[in-house]
Design a protein around this ligand. Structure first.
Ligand code: NFE
Ligand code: MG
Length: 571
């Protein structure tokens, strides 16, 4: 049978500009190329800036993960200058970044990924009473009634009757790969709309602690969140009560809507626990510290798992990170080794030599993307929710093992099911439940500290550049919704002289390296991966969305051309 070439450009319901090109034969994908098609230059913008301002520039790398580059930046500067922040500032950072995870993951599941599994048009055929019974059997969520689902169905029928599906237009509705009964499709659509409403509530936590969302305020040395229970314009008694309520509502959405829906939907797609694994190596930098210098204090501890072997986790050593540009539109200094450069020696020297169709890709030598290729000890690595769950599982993390077991028992699968497209999507749900539960604890710890009179959220120590060494360098580590995030900075005479970000979507959307090893998106598409209809590449979208791509982050400049791009091009 002839080889079919399919190009999806751009992939939608992601952040940024991603082109996926595959070669398929007999309904299976044989080869895949992931191309980031817009260059950004924030690393270059940061050079020469005051390190105390870096977070505000770095944060603009992305509007989706709106907190993460700020926190990585301030941690890099604090590491370089040896600044220890007050405990309340650390708790506030955990609450702000924790809510970023919860918000981002729920939005990703319902608004970016669910419609790969949920057929909106089929929901019109559902029996609302039966949908109510199914929903009530898996969750105590109060609106799970036949009446509620009937109202949602009527709303959907109005959209469809007017010939305008609006936000639901352009799906592959009716594709044979959709397997849910109409009632479960209706539950999915109802919760799509309900969580769209809830997300405004969730991000109020960012506005209280950080003044606004997106892009709440951060601060080198702490957080710009004044606490005084008796004052009006600070974090006071009323704000604290409001924050407790926001966290309780977020937790309820996660535990009573997202998680039961995810398990229910996954149970109709058992074959997807055997598809789309790809790169068998996982990397986690760790997150949610009590003390950033003590990695044992983190809720998710740093670690590495190799070869899908969850009987062993290896320690993470940041000195083993390299970035290559073998297949990327960048230049490196002539003396750069084949294995790539550590970020402290990293360079951002854009050199566009394309477009060269990956179809013509020859022996790993042609350049085809704006993504660099990060490698850990020479290996491509998966990062993100699945990496955190796999690493934590291998480390014996009790909460992770318990929630993974719940999912495996419900779906009647073993741990190897994690290494798949469904495993990636399930792992995102697992960690959202765990983080939402932790947020309750962090809020209580913050309240206890305030009750005991500890209200410091900022240290002035080292604020004055005259106290800084003439030269310093630091690693800002974070684990963020899409995975391991590092900012490596060098400071001389009070200014950044080098700023390198190695970002989760750079790891996952990495192209080939000097040895021809594919990156995680590419490898996943080449792992037992079906493609039933070349003109409706739904399966490709499922696997790519399971990574929750963010191309803006990954290549860290806007497409100034404003190129018109077609939805799906089949050649
Ligand atoms: Ni723009 Fe980001 C996250 C970062 S992704 S979304 O999470 O860092 O690579
Ligand atoms: Mg970079």
């Amino acid at each position: 049978m002839a080889v079919t070439k399919v190009v999806v450009d751009p992939v939608t319901r992601i952040e940024g500009h991603l082109r996926i090109e595959v070669a398929a034969e007999n309904g299976r994908i044989q080869n895949a190329w992931a191309t980031a098609s817009a260059f950004r230059g924030i690393e270059l913008v940061l050079q020469g800036r005051d390190p105390r301002d870096g977070w505000a520039f770095a944060q603009r790398i992305c509007g989706v993960c709106t907190t993460v580059h700020a926190i990585a930046s301030i941690r890099a500067v604090e590491d370089a200058l040896d600044i220890t922040i007050p405990p309340c500032a650390n708790l506030i950072r955990n609450l702000v970044t924790g809510m970023q995870f919860v918000h981002d993951h729920v939005m990703h599941f319902y608004h970016l990924h669910a419609l790969d599994w949920v057929d909106v048009v089929s929901a019109l055929k559902a029996d609302p009473e039966a949908a109510g019974k199914i929903a009530a059997s898996i969750s105590p969520w109060p609106s799970n009634s036949g009446q509620y689902f009937k109202a949602v169905q009527e709303r959907l029928a109005k959209f469809a009757g007017s010939g305008q599906l609006g936000i639901f237009a352009n799906g592959y509705w009716g594709h044979p790969a959709y397997k849910l009964p109409p009632e479960v499709n209706l539950i999915g659509v109802a919760h799509y709309l309900e969580t769209l409403d809830w997300q405004r509530d969730a991000v109020r936590l960012h506005t209280v602690f950080g003044g606004k969302n997106p892009h709440p305020n951060f601060l080198v040395g702490g957080m710009a969140s004044a606490i005084n229970v008796d004052a009006r314009a600070t974090i006071n008694g009323a704000r604290i009560a409001e924050l407790k309520d926001i966290i309780a509502r977020a937790r309820a959405i996660v535990e009573q809507v997202y998680w039961p829906d995810l398990l229910a939907i996954a149970s109709f797609y058992p074959e997807w626990t055997k598809i789309g694994g790809g790169v068998p190596n996982y990397l986690c930098y760790g997150e949610f510290p009590v003390d950033i210098k003590d990695t044992d204090s983190y809720y998710f501890k740093p670690g590495v798992v190799l070869g899908n072997d969850i009987s062993k986790a290896y320690p993470f050593d940041e000195e083993l990170v390299r970035e290559q540009v073998t297949a990327s539109w960048y230049d490196y200094p002539a003396d750069a080794p084949a294995e790539g450069l550590h970020p402290y020696k990293g360079e951002t020297m854009p050199k566009y030599t394309g477009p060269q169709p990956p179809w013509e890709f020859l022996q790993g030598l042609d350049k085809y993307t704006w993504m660099k290729a990060p490698r850990y000890e020479g290996r491509p690595m998966q990062v993100g929710p699945l990496a955190r769950i796999v690493v934590g599982y291998a480390q014996g993390h009790k909460d992770i093992q318990a929630i993974a077991k719940q999912a495996m028992d419900t779906l009647k699968v073993g741990p190897s099911a994690l290494f798949s497209t469904a495993g990636r999507t399930l792992a995102r749900g697992m960690e959202t439940v765990l983080i939402a539960r932790q947020m309750d604890k962090w809020m209580d710890q913050l309240i206890e500290r305030i009750a005991n009179g500890d209200v410091a959220t900022f240290t002035r120590d080292k604020w004055d550049p005259s106290t800084w060494p003439a030269k310093a360098q630091g690693f800002g580590r974070a684990d963020v919704p899409r995975g391991a995030l590092g900012h490596w900075v060098q400071i001389e005479n009070g200014k950044f002289t080098r700023y390198q970000c190695v970002v989760p979507s750079t790891w996952n959307c990495s192209p080939r390296d000097d040895k021809g090893q594919t990156g995680p998106y590419e490898a996943a598409l080449m792992d037992n991966h079906p493609l039933a209809k070349a003109d409706q590449p739904l399966e490709i979208i499922r696997t790519i969305h399971s990574f929750d791509p963010c191309l803006a982050c990954g290549v860290h400049v806007l497409d100034m051309e404003g190129n018109p791009i077609s939805e799906v091009k089949v050649q």
